[in-house]
Design a protein. Sequence first.
Length: 77
Amino acid sequence: MEETKQQRWRRRKREAGCCENCGQPREVYDRECDSCHDARMRRQRRGVGYRRWQPGGPGRPPKKRIDSDAVARYNTG
């Protein structure tokens, strides 16, 4: 099966170390620059309808922060 123009363009950009979407240099992510990644995450959260966890709701409750003094006391015994 032959690659489309868009697939060839994206492959060339990825091999050159640039973002597949806009062509800017990428640093952290494999296929996209930071700005394209942030924009994609915002769109995804908006589409899914992200809401904070509420007691009695579905899902696992968030982890509680541990007091650093209590950890130090536990480790020193």
